[in-house]
Write a protein that binds this ligand. Structure first.
Ligand code: PLP
Length: 426
């Protein structure tokens, strides 16, 4: 049976259920698997994404408390398509934005929410999921956890710090979800959340978190890497991963360590260039966060880096992963170039990946298939799209339907007392 331990202490061991419930290890480290299953990918079914996913998740979680939940959780959580779109013979976009909130974060949030809901159903426990968000995490978590028995969600976001489209997705009324608009910045929101976790007077509230430090999100994020390799029947793919907190990349690395054959990974970053710089110079330190057009990747200190360092020793890391840094200018010109050449509208995050891919192919690997993870739907970023394409992308019905939907949001000043009041009155 799989078990996990803290990145900071191999003898701090936890079960799959505990890991999902706690998020962060009690010593402040991140949970990593103590051993990784070996999976023969030839044996995985290919009839559908869901059938393949059940088999992969079973290999990871068999004999845990979740074994009997997996089939129905996968069917319920991952009920949307995962298309591969060829831009040319060797450039393939893996579209991960067909879930309800139109970003890849739906895979992790929806699956984790249901697994945690099953556990709480068995233990009779309940949890308050507290997240600070500046982008896609909030809506994916709110949507994924809404209406799940035993779970309440409190979602903090900076007023004025998210796009109108993003805000609409955050404040639409959902059962058991409370959106809180903070008069301040994203850093204020994070400070409030950290303060609440550290406040002894609130220790009676079963707080938990659901950002990508939670292993429960990374496990389902392995699935689409496996799906791409199986569908393309190509064991020498370069996966191009638009990265911020490095959760997506870490999931790909975990899949590879479990036996998924790949050529390697390309971590495509915006101006927040810590990780690509580290790959070239291991003395590089975390930076402060820089705002860019690909705002969901604006992370100066990626938390999953700690996990990657435990999973891969440094020589192997540099063999397997390359990094590229793409500026806002290059992001816009990449969006424009791909649109003019192929008619494909990529969102700014995907465009960072497309540009990184173009560069390494010009550098010599033109024959290898590059699979670029497309992390969000362009309609989530209509203003950037208008700048790049001269037109706004068509809104998928999921987004336009939100326009008339009832909303619910509480406004607070960036003071911990206000948040504490909300939490104690839940
Ligand atoms: C969260 C996010 C990313 C970055 O993913 P990480 O796992 O944090 O590296 C990239 N693109 C979009 C659209 C996102 O929402």
């Amino acid at each position: 049976m799989i078990s996990f331990c803290s990145t900071r202490n191999p003898s701090l061991v936890a079960s799959a259920g505990e890991v999902l419930e706690l998020g962060l290890a009690p010593d402040g480290g991140l949970f990593v698997p103590r051993s990784i299953p070996r999976i023969d990918i030839a044996t995985l079914p290919t009839a559908s994404f869901q059938e393949m996913s059940k088999a992969w998740m079973h290999a990871w979680l068999k004999d845990t408390e979740f074994e009997d939940d997996l089939a129905s959780v996968v069917e319920d959580a991952l009920d949307f398509p995962v298309p591969l779109v060829h831009l040319d013979e060797r450039t393939v976009v893996l579209e991960l934005f067909h879930g309800p909130t139109l970003s890849f974060k739906d895979f992790g949030a929806r699956t984790m929410a249901r697994l945690l809901g099953r556990r709480l159903g068995r233990t009779g426990g309940n949890r308050v999921i507290l997240v600070a968000t500046s982008g896609d995490t909030g809506s994916a978590v709110a949507d994924g956890f809404a209406g799940i028995e035993g779970i309440r969600v409190v979602l903090l976001y900076p007023g004025g710090g998210v796009s109108e489209t993003q805000e609409r997705q955050l404040i639409v009324e959902r059962p058991n979800v409370q959106a809180v608009r903070v008069k301040g910045t994203f850093d204020d929101c994070q400070r409030l959340v950290k303060g609440v976790f550290a406040d002894p007077s609130l220790s009676g509230i079963p707080l938990s978190t659901a950002n990508s430090i939670n292993m429960g999100r990374l496990l389902p994020q392995m699935l689409y890497y496996v799906w791409a390799v199986k569908t393309l029947q190509d064991n020498d793919i370069e996966f191009v991963v638009p990265s911020g907190n490095l959760g997506n990349l870490t999931a790909g690395v975990m899949a590879h360590l479990a036996g998924l054959p790949v050529h390697g990974f390309l971590a495509a970053h915006n101006a927040n260039d810590f990780f690509p710089s580290f790959l070239l110079d291991s003395d590089k330190k975390f930076g402060s966060t820089i705002q860019t057009l690909s705002n969901a990747m604006d992370v100066g200190a990626p938390s999953n880096f700690e996990r990657l360092q435990v999973l891969l020793e440094s020589k192997r890391m540099r063999q397997l992963i390359q990094g590229e840094v793409v500026s806002d200018e290059e992001t816009l010109s990449s969006m424009r170039r791909v649109f003019e050449e192929t008619g494909y509208m990529a969102d700014p995050h995907t465009a960072v990946g497309l540009e990184a891919s173009r560069r390494i192919r010009e550098g010599g690997n033109a024959k290898r298939t590059n699979v670029i993870l497309s992390t969000a739907h362009p309609a989530k970023f209509p203003d950037v799209c208008e700048r790049a394409f001269g037109q706004r992308p068509e809104e998928p019905p999921r987004l336009s339907e939100l326009k008339g939907a009832p909303t619910k949001v509480t406004d607070i000043e960036p003071e911990s007392g206000h948040l504490a009041e909300i939490l104690t009155s839940l």
